[in-house]
Write a protein that binds this ligand. Structure first.
Ligand SMILES: Cc1cc2nc3c(=O)[nH]c(=O)nc-3n(C[C@H](O)[C@H](O)[C@H](O)COP(=O)(O)OP(=O)(O)OC[C@H]3O[C@@H](n4cnc5c(N)ncnc54)[C@H](O)[C@@H]3O)c2cc1C
Length: 385
């Protein structure tokens, strides 16, 4: 039965929604209800992502979100009873211009200063030792962090959901939010296909669809859905399973071990915002071509699957973690612009603090407000592909 009242209603059952539900319920936030329109959790971007987790970001707030989140992900079983399958295979950024080298050297300094001592700059000969199968033509240097790597989005989502339920949160599937009622500048109720829930607090965790939820409440949220796709290959025994995650920064080509093969992706810079999971075969061929250039042994690999998903893109590639100033009780945790899975633990934590204490104390997220876009206070992240 859908409840008729709730203290907090969370919209969206991806990694963000369940993390928020977990941290809120664990703090004893009252009746916490999560609504998801699909039959299962993690059917949106969370179920279509590459599983990368990394400390290597270019802004202090993103690095701090990573430090908290990776600490949780690496000990997830202790928190939620399920392993997050964390594999610290490392992330290697390949750099091809003096400008990239300069920017990434500065990033390494920032990362080390903020609390990531393991990250370092590598010269081409060190890169050749680390990834002997990779063609390093044109590579001037790279940055490497051995504690970056992979984790399983499904395990993290199920783990947080299990933990949230254990603390009394209610998760309602096949429940589509169709309206948000307001009264005198604050949230009053959430309308769904299964009935209405009176509440004074809503958390918008609708990922690529967060702007649609905002529109239901009369709040303008600049998050656009942008298709990104990747493919996996059949078994490639030549590539060790602990081979590092490689990203060619200029093109955004990336690959890492997946099952017995590889997962290979690249972002199309010309992709227009749209809500589609169709595979763009032309761009798939471009990705394949570039991947074979960097990793020649791929020439003999077979494509096993192709997957498209949606990035949830903001104008500055940073999420919105805030209460809307124009509508009291309307909170937003969305817009991670393609790297949200790895920040889901920290997001749930800081949102619980923001909602229950009025301010996030674990990490200063004050610059991630909604109003920064209208007021021209963007927080640009460059390490996003
Ligand atoms: C191809 C690809 C690769 C990626 N790789 C990585 C990676 O390596 N590392 C990383 O950290 N991140 C990665 N990401 C990004 C990551 O997947 C997202 O940032 C993250 O999953 C966002 O989670 P979310 O919970 O905000 O959104 P979602 O998982 O999309 O969840 C939103 C949920 O809201 C629900 N919803 C929407 N509207 C309504 C409504 N009206 N009523 C009820 N429910 C509703 C949807 O059904 C959905 O389940 C990748 C993304 C893509 C597409």
């Amino acid at each position: 039965m859908l409840p008729t009242t709730a203290d907090i209603v969370i919209i969206g059952g991806g990694c963000m929604g369940v993390s928020a539900a977990y941290y809120l319920a664990a703090r004893g936030a009252g009746q916490v209800v999560l609504l998801e329109r699909e039959k299962f959790l993690g059917m949106g971007s969370t179920g279509r992502n590459a599983g990368g987790v990394r400390y290597q970001f270019s802004t202090e707030v993103n690095i701090r979100l990573s430090i908290f989140s990776l600490a949780v992900i690496s000990h997830f079983e202790e928190l939620c009873g399920i392993s997050a399958c964390y594999h610290p295979i490392g992330y290697l950024f390949l750099l091809q211009t003096p400008k990239e080298v300069e920017v990434f050297k500065a990033n390494v300094e920032l990362q080390r200063r903020v609390g990531v001592p393991w990250v370092r700059y590598l010269e081409p000969r060190e890169i050749a030792q680390l990834v002997p199968l990779v063609n390093l033509d044109g590579v001037l240097g790279g940055t490497f962090c051995p504690r970056d790597g992979l984790a399983d989005p499904n395990s993290v989502t199920q783990g947080f959901a299990k933990g949230a339920r254990a603390h009394g949160a209610q998760i309602e599937m096949e429940t589509t939010v169709t309206g948000i009622k307001t009264e005198r500048g604050r949230v009053a109720a959430v309308v769904t296909n299964r009935g209405e829930i009176a509440t004074r607090t809503v958390v918008n965790c609708a990922g690529p669809w967060a702007a649609q939820i905002g529109a239901l409440a009369g709040v303008d949220i600049p998050i656009l859905p942008v298709r990104r796709q990747f493919f996996t290959t059949d078994a490639l025994p030549q590539i060790p399973r602990e081979h590092t995650f490689v990203i060619e920064f200029a093109t955004s080509l990336y690959f890492h071990p997946e099952g017995a093969g590889l997962l290979v992706g690249m972002s199309n810079p010309d992709e227009k915002p749209a809500d589609t999971y169709a595979i763009d075969e032309d761009f798939h061929c471009k990705t394949l071509e570039r991947a074979i250039y960097r990793l020649p042994l791929l020439e003999n690999a077979c494509v096993a699957s192709q997957i498209a998903g949606l990035y949830e893109v903001t104008p500055d590639a940073h999420p919105i973690l805030a209460q809307a100033r124009a509508l009291s009780g309307f909170y937003i945790a969305a817009g991670f612009s393609g790297h949200g899975f790895q920040h889901s633990p920290a997001t749930g934590k800081v949102m619980s603090e923001l909602i229950l204490d009025g301010k996030a104390t674990t990490i200063d997220i004050s610059m991630l407000d909604l109003e920064r876009f209208a007021e021209g206070r963007l927080v640009q992240e460059v390490n996003v592909v």
